[in-house]
Structure formats: structure tokens, C-alpha cells
Ligand binder design. Structure first.
Ligand SMILES: Nc1nc2c(ncn2[C@@H]2O[C@H](COP(=O)(O)OP(=O)(O)OP(=O)(O)O)[C@@H](O)[C@H]2O)c(=O)[nH]1
Length: 356
């Protein structure tokens, strides 16, 4: 059973969009400002055309830094930045009066790629550029014949390889930690089902999906009856165990497309997709009976539990998620007033089935 996560939830490579956008902005600023500094140096060393070119490129980068926050799709902008930048870095290795130390700029290729594109796309972009850079470097400066020259070359190449390996390892662990954190932020620590926030997101997305497919869905809110007594009589641990027990009972009967979430305290939400109120009612009645009939084993004691359920159907009860929620909650409250351990499916109270 799905516990809140809905289809279409892509974690994506690299950093999350908002922080990736601000990171991209900072990178554009830094490279823009650095390049304008270099253009002054080029001008002073007698290369006015190259200086003008760098100044133009720097203006484009600074304009990009201002614009990047508002662009809709960030990915093309990232490639638009990385491809010319990497090509330029390779050019400065092979340009006529290039210094052998210009090769150190190649080390920034894996850093920028992994930072902006994540592990897989970062690796795919880094590899060809680094291979081309090393090949051109060796052609341009020839393989040294002396031991000292070979050591210098070995240092430069080995350092490049290690930078790539370290960045790859770092990004793999960062991406795994990000996925784990994201998962933990969406689940309720006690029961392992979706927490309130991710259940509400699932409800919003399911409504949009039902709207698109002209389907129906049912929102159920349930609250454990006299739960305070469970805590008072058997202790808080028994109360915690009762909450997990109720989740188990619910999960055993739900379909994979349904969602279960803990809305707070002893209140839970169920999202039954592609189902009408009439079809949902027997299912919810069976859930109620299952909870009421399976006493929870706590040590040598059996603790009786029951819950009251309120149902609301989309789109007949309301089109909006918050109104649908209020409707189900109101019926749950009516169920509590009528004596608990029952399912209320609509506002006509006398039409609802009373248990037992
Ligand atoms: N063990 C445990 N108890 C909790 C947790 N969250 C809330 N509670 C307790 O749940 C109890 C809820 O009590 P009430 O709101 O009075 O509800 P109730 O006793 O179930 O009564 P009705 O809902 O009217 O049937 C309180 O005693 C809370 O302390 C939790 O995570 N674990």
C-alpha cells in the first residue's frame, strides 16, 4: 500500500531546484566577475581582442545571474553555461602561448558538473571533456623524457583522477542522504505511515488526478475511540503500540493505490482512489470491524480498540481538498457523538449503519 507518496514525485539528480537555482546564480556571478578580472589582465598584457571577448562573455554571465531565478526550466541553462565554459577551459590549455599550469582549470570540470547535474549526468559530461583535455595537453606539451618531468605530469594527471573519484564518491553519498532525508520528512516516525504534510500533498495530487481522469475518490478520517483511556490504563507504550496495531489492521485491507497517513495524535486519514462513496462504505465498515474485533495483545493482556470513521466523496461533497477534509472531519465528529465505533458516510445520520 502506498503511504502517501504519489506518482510523479521525481527526486531528480543534483540539488533540489530552489537551492540549485541559487547555486547556479552564485556560480554565474563568480565566473562573471572572475572573467572580467581576467579581461583586464589580458588588456594589460597586450591582447585587446581577447580582453574584449572575455569582457563580453563576462557580461553574458552576469546577465544570466540576474535572469536565472525567473527561468522556467533550469536544465538548458546549466548546459548553456557548462558546455561553453568547459570548451573555453580546454582552449586555454592549447592556445598558442598557453602555460603548462593552465591544465589546473580542468579540475573544475568534475566539480561544476557534479554540483549542477548530479552523479550520473555529471559523470557523463565530465568524462569526454577530461579525456579531450588530457589528450590535447599531452599533444601540446609532449610527454616529458626526464624523471622530474614525468613526476610533474604524473602529479597533474593523478590529481585530476583523484578529484573526479572524490567528487563522484561525495555526490553518491550526498544523493543517498538526500533521498533518505526526504523519505524521513514524509513519514510518521512512530507508525511508519505518511505524516500529515505528505498525506495532504497526496490528497491534493489525487484530486488533480481524479479531475483529469474524471474519476472519483473518497477521503476517510478515523479517530481511535477513548484512546486516552488506553494510555491511562496500560501506559504510553501500550498507546504507541495500539497506534501501530491500528495501522497494521488498516494496511492489511487496503489496495496498493490507497494511501494511509497519520494526521496527528490518534487520528488517521485514508485516501481511496477510483472509488465511489457506495463502494467505499462496505470496505470502511470492514476496516472498522477488523479493528473492533482484533484485540491488541500487550504482554499477557488483550486491549480492546475501536475507531470512528467519517467519509467524504470527491467531487460530490466538495471539489476542494480542505473543504473535503472538513466534511469528513464533521462526519467523524457526528460518529463520536452518536456513540463511537461507527462509519458516517453522509450528513443524513439516520441513513448510516450503526454497528452491532
Ligand atoms: N501513546 C500515545 N498517545 C498519544 C499520542 N498522540 C496523542 N496521544 C494521546 O491521545 C489521547 C487523545 O485523547 P482525546 O483527544 O481525549 O481522545 P480520546 O480519549 O480518544 O477520546 P475520543 O476521541 O473522544 O474517543 C491523549 O491522551 C494524548 O496524549 C502518541 O503518539 N502516543
Amino acid at each position: 500500500m502506498n503511504t502517501g507518496g504519489a506518482p510523479g514525485d521525481h527526486s531528480g539528480a543534483g540539488l533540489a531546484d530552489a537551492s540549485q537555482r541559487s547555486l547556479m546564480r552564485q556560480i554565474l556571478w563568480v565566473t562573471g566577475v572572475t572573467l572580467s578580472g581576467f579581461s583586464i589582465l589580458q588588456f594589460l598584457s597586450g591582447h585587446p581582442w581577447f580582453a574584449t571577448l572575455e569582457l563580453l562573455a563576462s557580461s553574458v554571465l552576469l546577465w544570466g545571474a540576474w535572469r536565472i531565478i525567473r527561468v522556467e526550466n533550469l536544465t538548458p541553462w546549466i548546459y548553456l553555461y557548462l558546455l561553453p565554459t568547459f570548451s573555453f577551459l580546454i582552449y586555454i590549455i592549447v592556445m598558442p602561448d598557453a602555460s603548462a599550469t593552465a591544465f589546473v582549470w580542468v579540475y573544475t570540470i568534475p566539480l561544476l558538473s557534479y554540483l549542477l547535474l548530479g552523479k550520473v549526468r555529471g559523470f557523463l559530461l565530465t568524462t569526454p571533456f577530461v579525456v579531450v583535455a588530457v589528450t590535447l595537453y599531452l599533444q601540446r606539451f609532449q610527454i616529458p623524457q626526464s624523471a622530474a618531468g614525468l613526476i610533474d605530469l604524473g602529479n597533474a594527471l593523478l590529481c585530476g583522477v583523484l578529484v573526479m573519484v572524490f567528487v563522484h564518491l561525495y555526490e553518491s553519498r550526498r544523493a543517498a542522504a538526500h533521498t533518505q532525508l526526504k523519505r524521513l520528512a514524509q513519514i510518521d516516525a512512530l507508525t511508519g505511515v505518511a505524516n500529515r504534510g505528505s498525506f495532504q500533498n497526496a490528497l491534493e495530487r489525487s484530486i488533480q488526478d481524479a479531475q483529469r481522469r474524471e474519476s472519483r475518490l473518497v477521503l476517510v478520517i478515523l479517530d481511535v475511540d477513548h484512546f486516552k483511556e488506553v494510555n491511562d490504563r496500560w501506559g504510553h507504550d501500550a498507546g504507541d503500540m495500539a497506534l501501530r496495531h491500528i495501522c497494521d489492521c488498516l494496511q492489511q485491507r487496503l489496495r496498493v493505490t490507497d494511501s494511509l497517513g497519520r494526521l496527528g495524535g490518534e487520528e488517521f486519514g485514508l485516501l481511496l482512489r477510483d472509488i465511489s462513496r457506495a463502494e467505499a462504505e462496505p470496505l470502511v465498515q470492514s476496516l472498522r470491524e477488523k479493528i473492533a474485533s482484533s484485540k491488541m495483545q500487550y504482554g499477557h493482556q488483550l486491549i480492546p480498540l475501536s475507531a470512528t470513521f467519517g467519509l467524504a466523496e470527491w467531487p460530490t461533497d466538495s471539489l476542494a481538498a480542505d473543504e473535503l477534509y472538513r466534511c469528513a472531519d464533521k462526519r467523524l465528529y457526528q460518529g463520536k457523538q452518536l456513540g463511537r465505533n461507527r462509519v458516517i458516510v453522509h450528513d443524513d445520520l439516520y441513513a448510516d449503519l450503526a454497528p452491532d
